[in-house]
Design a protein around this ligand. Structure first.
Ligand SMILES: Cc1cc2ncn([C@H]3O[C@H](COP(=O)(O)O)[C@@H](O)[C@H]3O)c2cc1C
Ligand SMILES: O=C(O)c1cccnc1
Length: 380
């Protein structure tokens, strides 16, 4: 099932089949893949100068100084704005749940999505403390969600059971990816300065582990954890199901589209699209936990430079969390052993960024307080 790859105008390799009719319908995605994107180097230099003028040891806010610099590069200005924040929670069902890989059944996806709409899920409580808006998006819940607070972007009623068939058709995979890209554009137009990713989809640690196994060429047992909670027997069954999914679907391990289509979910595809859209529209996107970082890796395999437009937040409790972040080349700042999802780790980065930004914006510079530094060393 090896696919032929075709060169795009940027020299990026794209599977031949996606250069044909099916792909051409998705003009935003097509356009994105054919362009290249870069951070604004002048804005980053200006941000670094600003950090170095502040009365503190040079580089002493560590990774946060880099993050603020990166935000300047993404927003293309050293005058970074972060006050309009949104958590985009991609909600979708996964056919693989029928294999007994989860602690609860699929109905919990819709229940929690409705709670997010009502403002009473875990993510809402946390987001409220930092004034971030929570936007639940129905990407593929297997029932109708009528609450008006939920953005309707349903691709289909759930995905196929990956232990028996591909998760989705190539058309639906492309639709879900493009939906994420479009959401980044819509949210930027609504005035949001920064986005965080979240997801709600019972069974999505199984799909994420399957995608991670294929992308990283690792055995299922190396990338599979207990998700929302599984016994030892449950974990063994989950690993066997992922073996079966890889065997049945035989994804082309060099082709992120093929892996996403056969083993992923609409939540993973939507998040991958949001990262790509963040790059296209110049909006920073925060990665949440394992599921969200697997989506980030899919996006990276589609467009490597997308990583410059993402910010890591935490290292999840799932066993492959670190491996994925390493592969992305990103260092998480929160080591909380979280295993919740919904974007609950990503939202924690908002107040940390606000604090760093308050120092960055302060007028307490070396000049202002008349400190004469004999030597200015960068902390190493
Ligand atoms: C009540 C409840 C609320 C949740 N909120 C997020 N998740 C998290 O758990 C799910 C992934 O774990 P698994 O693959 O084991 O199903 C996702 O929906 C994730 O967001 C939840 C899970 C449950 C049970
Ligand atoms: O790290 C995650 O994304 C995660 C882990 C367990 C359950 N839900 C999400």
């Amino acid at each position: 099932m090896e696919q032929k790859l075709q060169e795009t105008t940027t020299g990026r390799q794209m599977p031949e089949k996606f250069c044909k009719e099916a792909f051409r319908k998705y003009t935003e995605l097509q356009e994105l893949i054919q362009n290249t994107y870069a951070l604004d180097g002048a804005a980053i230099t200006e941000a670094k100068k600003r950090w170095d003028s502040i009365a503190k040891p040079i580089g002493s806010l560590g990774i946060f100084e880099d993050m603020i610099g990166r935000l300047a590069g993404i927003q293309k200005t050293p005058d970074i704005l972060l006050h309009q924040k949104a958590m985009v929670v991609f909600c979708s069902d996964n056919g693989v749940v029928e294999e007994g890989v989860t602690q609860t059944d699929s109905s919990v996806t819709a229940i929690v999505t409705r709670n997010i709409a009502k403002g009473c899920a875990n993510i809402n409580h946390m987001a409220r403390t930092v004034n971030a808006q929570v936007i639940p998006v129905d990407m593929g819940i297997n029932s109708d969600i009528v609450e008006s607070e939920v953005w309707q972007r349903k691709v289909s009623y759930g995905t196929g059971n990956i232990a028996k068939e591909p998760a989705m058709t190539s058309d639906n995979m492309l639709k879900a990816l493009q939906t994420g890209i479009e959401l980044a554009g819509e949210l930027k137009a609504k005035g949001f300065h920064i986005l965080g990713t979240g997801e709600m989809g019972i069974g999505n640690t199984t799909t994420s582990s399957a995608v991670a196994s294929a992308l990283l060429h690792l055995l299922p047992e190396e990338v599979t954890g207990r998700g929302a909670g599984l016994s030892d027997d449950g974990l063994k069954r989950k690993i066997q199901v992922i073996y079966k999914a890889l065997e049945i679907n035989r994804p082309d391990r060099e082709d992120p589209f093929d892996i996403l289509m056969k083993l992923g979910g609409y939540d993973i595809a939507g998040m991958a699209g949001l990262y790509l859209g963040g790059m296209k529209y110049g909006v920073p996107v925060i990665i949440d936990g394992f599921i969200s970082s697997v989506a980030a890796l899919v996006a990276k395999r589609i467009c490597p430079e997308v990583v410059d437009f993402m910010l890591p937040s935490h290292k999840s409790k799932e066993p492959a969390a670190n491996l994925i972040l390493k592969e992305l080349g990103l260092t998480p700042v929160i080591a909380g052993n979280l295993a919740l999802g919904e974007g609950t780790g990503a939202v924690m980065l908002f107040p940390l960024l606000d604090m760093a930004l308050s120092v960055y914006r302060s007028s307490t510079t070396f000049d202002a307080i008349q400190i004469k530094a004999y030597e200015r060393f960068e902390l190493s």
